[in-house]
Design a protein around this ligand. Structure first.
Ligand SMILES: NC(=O)c1ccc[n+]([C@@H]2O[C@H](COP(=O)([O-])OP(=O)(O)OC[C@H]3O[C@@H](n4cnc5c(N)ncnc54)[C@H](O)[C@@H]3O)[C@@H](O)[C@H]2O)c1
Length: 371
């Protein structure tokens, strides 16, 4: 990791002040204090949302210099070098494209667009503008996922043969809990659990196993009315997947299961061994082969991101992946490293969107869909 000679101070604007607005604000805040000599630190120039009271609280808590309820006021600001979009899905494309055209480097929450067509427009805009771009797939910045990639790259599990993932939530089944209305409508969200949850694991699968070639799928909407709106997106999905490497797999995601608080688990079985991860134990990776199974505490000095944190065994939390992710993007803007391969670029966001669209198409047609 870096011991930069000089630290670049990079002006950041953040769109979004709720769940992800907090996660990104906290992540940016931590970037300022993680290292003695960071490649870059953020200057928290402006935060934008709809609720002025909430924005005032975010300003007081994290030190945002100013607040705005109009994202258009931010994209032309010469003091802002990075535009960080953590708003709801229908506000990803337009502000991100406007920011890129104004010369800002852009990082945007997943799913990038509401479908592959919208995502492609975002990719074209950043490529035309020549700005750096990253899709905020934070799982790549969990130490155990990064370590899984190291194990796979050095051949510990052999050739990947099977991939399994489950992203199961109960929030939609608990009245008054986390569900926000925009997530339940195609117009604002694009899709339901496919873009919201499955997309995370599609990206993890691409990061660890490689490109998808075909999918099958089934979806269900348990609706009908939640958070004051008619639900018109899928609440559950089960998919079969095939990879260019020859590996196959199954993926499922759901968010209206009262018996599930949060399970987000990934397993890869290879010709020599297997790795298993669940975000409920974010510092652990289980490795197994014919000799048995061992759960590795991914907190030793030689493990990914460990030098930023505590002595062996103490571990970090899910929220800290946002610090790693934002540190990575700011470091790339400062020229310390490239966004890829560890950061997901907008091209990765597009590849993920193509897989998500194919799962939805397969569910509608009832046929296996090639990508
Ligand atoms: N990486 C992750 O683990 C993760 C987790 C949750 C959500 N997300 C993604 O983050 C994004 C935000 O999700 P969330 O859970 O924070 O949603 P949320 O409903 O909690 O927040 C949405 C935010 O968008 C803002 N917003 C909406 N319309 C606006 C407007 N016209 N002007 C200004 N601000 C506006 C709201 O003020 C709010 O701050 C989504 O794209 C979601 O898919 C990612």
């Amino acid at each position: 990791m870096s011991q930069a000679e000089t630290t670049r101070r990079i002006g950041v604007a953040l769109l979004g002040s709720s769940f992800m607005g907090r996660a990104h604000s906290r992540g940016l805040d931590a970037v300022r204090t993680l290292e003695d000599h960071p490649a870059a630190v953020p200057a928290l120039r402006a935060i934008c949302g709809r609720d002025q009271k909430k924005l005032d609280g975010m300003r007081d808590r994290y030190g945002w210099e100013r607040t705005s309820t109009d994202w258009r006021a931010l994209v032309e600001d010469p003091e802002i070098e990075v535009f960080d979009n953590a708003a709801s899905n229908h506000l990803h494309a337009e502000p991100t494209i406007a920011a890129a055209r104004a010369g800002k480097h852009v990082i945007c929450e997943k799913p990038l667009g509401r479908d592959a067509a919208e995502t492609r427009k975002m990719l074209e805009a950043v490529e035309t503008a020549g700005v750096l771009h990253m899709c905020a797939f934070n799982y790549r910045f969990l130490p155990a996922i990064r370590f899984a990639r190291e194990l796979i790259e050095r051949g510990d599990i052999g050739a990947p043969r099977q991939f399994r993932s489950r992203f199961l939530l109960g929030s939609g089944a608990v009245p008054g809990e986390a569900e926000t209305a925009w997530r339940l409508r195609r117009e604002t969200a694009g899709s339901g659990v496919v873009g919201d949850l499955l997309a995370h694991h599609v990206d993890v699968a691409r990061y660890l196993v490689g490109e998808f070639t075909a999918v099958g799928g089934a979806t269900r909407t348990w609706g009908p009315q939640r958070a004051g709106v008619e639900v018109d997106v899928e609440d559950a999905v089960v998919a079969t997947v095939e990879f260019a490497s020859g590996a196959i797999g199954t993926m499922e995601a759901a968010r209206v299961l009262p018996g599930q608080v949060l399970e987000s688990a990934v397993a890869i079985d290879g010709s020599e061994g297997s790795v298993t991860f669940d975000v409920r134990s974010p510092n652990e990776l289980t490795f197994a082969d014919a000799r048995g199974s061992t759960t590795i505490s991914v907190t030793a000095p030689e493990h990914p991101f460990a030098e930023l944190w505590w002595p062996r065994g103490h571990g970090i939390g899910w929220g800290d992946s946002f610090s790693h992710e934002l540190r990575h993007f700011l470091g790339a803007v400062a020229g310390a490293w490239e966004v890829a391969p560890h950061g997901a670029t907008f091209l990765d966001g597009l590849r993920c969107a193509e897989v998500c669209d194919a799962v939805l198409a397969a569910a509608t047609s009832g046929h296996r869909t090639e990508i």
